[in-house]
Structures are given as C-alpha cells and as structure tokens.
Design a protein around this ligand. Structure first.
Ligand code: HGY
Ligand code: MN
Ligand code: MN
Length: 398
C-alpha cells in the first residue's frame, strides 16, 4: 500500500465536520487511533514497533549493524490544524521504506520511522514534549506536573490512555542520524518553484504566559478613568508586540487568550495571554521579548493593573548538519534542492540539540498556509518528497 492509500486512511481521523480542520490532541481518541494506525501500517511491513511510556513510537527495519538511521515526524495537530503538518513526514517515511524495498535495497544498518507525541504542545503547552522527554532534554519529574486547560495532569492523561510515563528513551541511543520530512510552512519553495527543499536550520522561538490582573467591576457604572482593566493592558501589549515584531522583521503572536470571569457586562479581573515569539537569532529573540515585556509593564503601571510573565516553552536556534544538508540537496538530478531556513519548530530541532546529526526535507505547500484547515500539498509534490526521502535514506543506509 503506497503513499496515497495510507494518506486516504488517515484523512478522516480527527477531522472536524464543521471546519475540515483536525483536532488530534495527544492522548485523546483521535490521536490514539493514529497510534494504532501507525502500529498496524508498520506491522504490515514487517517492521518491529517499539513504544515508550509516553506513546512515542519507532518502527524498525532490523537490518545490518551499527548506528541506526531514523526518519519520521509527529501525528498530533494544533487545534483545528491541517492534514499535512506531521503526518506527511510519518506516511512518507513508511512509503520511502516501500520504495527501498521495491529497489531491492538491503540496508547495512537499522532504519526506523519515528512518531513523537505532543510535538505541537497544543494540550500541555511545551512544544516537542515527546522528543524532549525521549532525548532526556526534559525531565519526567518536571513534565509529570504539567496540566492541560481542563486541569488534567499529564500523568493522569497518560494512564487514561493506557500508557505509562515518559523519560529518556534508550531506543534512541543507537541513532546515528535523523531526517525529518515536513510540509513547508511558508512560501519559500513556491517562490523558488521547487517541489522539495532541505532545511538549513530553525529560528529560536518561545512561548511566554502573560498574566494581567486588574479589578473586576461593573461595565456600566464604573467610569473609564476609575477602571483597572487588564483587558486594556493586554490589548495595548498585543499592539506593541505586533509593532515591535513588524519593525524588527521577527514574529510575535498572541493566539490564545483566557479571560476571567469572561462576562459581557463586567470589567474582567484577569486576562491570561500566551505570546509565541520567534526571531532569526537568539539575541534578537530575547530583545523582542524583553521589549514586549517592558512595554507591557509600563502600560500596566498606567492602567493600575499588574503583570506576571512566565516562559513556558523555549527552543534555541538550530543549525542542521551542513554536510548532511548539502549531500541531500545535491541528490536532485535537475540541480540541487534549495537549502532554506524555517521559523517553525520540529522534533528534528530537538534531536539536533541533543547531538544527533539531523536534516530536514520540506515539501512545497502551494499557499504556504499552515496551522489551519487550509494547509495543503499537491500529491505530485508529496511523491517527489517520498522519492527524495528514499534517495536520502538509501544513501545513508548503504
Ligand atoms: O509551532 C511550531 O513551530 C511547530 O509547528 N510545532
Ligand atoms: Mn505545527
Ligand atoms: Mn510539525
């Protein structure tokens, strides 16, 4: 069963009939279905599936000896996300193994396809939670205390899903390199007219929780000059963040806000908002965040509100293995694949930071739109991606 058959099997899982977007939050029904699908698709190929206590999976083609080559991505989505972000890399990994077998390739070293859980951090807030725990860059003692929006502890969500607990996963010990294929989240390849690109690195980025506290009061009887309105401080902060990022050519997004008590006819007591900030270097990221925090604090002083800021998830700048990237890019007969940066985080960034030589392949996204039901890639480009991944894996295992 090739790429398209697998893709059609996945398409309905976790898709909203209202928006057409995907709700594949980790340790929920839809994502559990995806975990089972992956195990079955791997078993159908005679691959040995290993699963850790968190639900991370690796499907192994046990061949040869020495350091293993790993490909793969994630199956979880953002809220109301697209079909390709994550699953394209997992399905392409299995399809690439099919291609190698059709070519009669006999790997001289083990080859695996991985699925890391909670890559989006859409439920427990930390991006790449699964790969951070599996590589030991995040401790289980910290992670187990994480709670989702309903107050569910991570450890309880895992036991409800019939799983155990996370931690450093010895299954990754023998991995010599990791190659992740991912739909491009942006228009670089469209603008270059290339079906596939190779990753040069990942922008540093972080998520910061802003808590604005004020004074609840009546929406009608409280004069404007008498208010301590946290919604006003938040609104001015969002404006300031947008302006600062735009001027600096960086990225700042407030996409998630929680208002208490969230009533129509009351000045709120508290507004909690999450800033997703990204920049082309660590220095410009911390400068961007510092400016936003400073301006938010000044505004709070004027509004008689208070501000607390907590970094929730920070990912450092990643430079992929330049030699590996160049070798992969040179694979293309009609001229090298372009080598391009991304401002999107990936499990590949976590493995690279953990010392594993890592590369990424990107597949053209005609509109560049991602983290949206509108995310798309043409089948023809996906198949070019599978072939480029198969070529890369063949060279790495030969
Ligand atoms: O948020 C990101 O950059 C990635 O899509 N998880
Ligand atoms: Mn994503
Ligand atoms: Mn992704």
């Amino acid at each position: 069963m090739g790429f398209e058959e697998m893709w059609h099997e996945l398409e309905p899982v976790g898709r909203s009939s209202a928006s057409g977007g995907y709700f594949r939050q980790p340790w929920t029904g839809a994502e559990g279905e995806l975990r089972s699908w992956f195990a079955e698709a791997a078993a159908a190929r005679g691959l040995r599936v290993e699963t850790d206590g968190l639900g991370n999976q690796v499907a192994w083609w046990d061949a040869g000896s020495g350091d293993a080559v790993l490909t793969g991505s994630h199956l979880d989505s953002v809220l109301d996300g697209g079909a390709y972000d994550g699953p394209l890399g997992v399905v392409s990994g299995l399809a690439a193994i099919d291609v190698l077998r059709e070519r009669g390739v006999q790997p001289s070293r083990p080859l695996g396809v991985s699925v890391f859980v909670e890559e989006e951090g859409s439920r427990f807030g930390i991006a790449c939670l699964g790969s951070r725990l599996a590589t030991g860059t995040l401790d289980w003692s910290t992670a187990r205390e994480l709670r989702d929006r309903d107050g569910v502890f991570l450890s309880d969500a895992l036991s409800a899903a019939g799983l155990g607990e996370g931690g450093r996963w010895s299954e990754l010990d023998g991995v010599g390199c990791f190659v992740e294929l991912h739909v491009e989240q942006g228009r670089d390849l469209v603008d270059r007219g290339a079906a596939v690109g190779v990753g040069s690195g990942i922008w540093p980025h972080g998520r910061y929780r802003f808590e604005f506290a004020g004074e609840a009061n009546h929406a009608g009887t409280t004069r404007m000059e008498d208010r301590h309105d946290p919604m006003l401080t938040y609104a001015m902060t969002a404006l300031a963040a947008h302006k600062q990022a735009r001027l600096a050519g960086e990225r700042a997004t407030f996409g998630r806000v929680a208002v208490e008590p969230n009533g129509t006819n009351a000045v709120p007591s508290r507004v909690t908002a999450w800033l997703d900030a990204r920049a082309s270097s660590e220095g410009s990221l911390s400068e961007l965040v510092d400016v936003v925090i400073r301006q938010a604090g000044e505004r709070a002083g004027r509004d008689g509100t208070t501000l607390d800021v907590t970094p929730e998830s920070v990912s450092g700048e990643v430079a992929f293995d330049a030699d590996l990237a160049a070798r992969i890019a040179a694979d293309h007969a009609e001229g090298d694949w372009p080598i391009i940066p991304t401002a999107a985080g990936h499990d590949a960034g976590i493995l690279a930071a953990a010392g594993v030589p890592t590369a990424m392949l990107f597949v053209r996204n005609p509109t560049g739109v991602s983290h949206s039901p509108a995310e798309h890639a043409e089948v023809a480009d996906c198949l070019v991606g599978v072939s480029a991944l198969a070529n890369t894996l063949e060279r790495l295992v030969s």
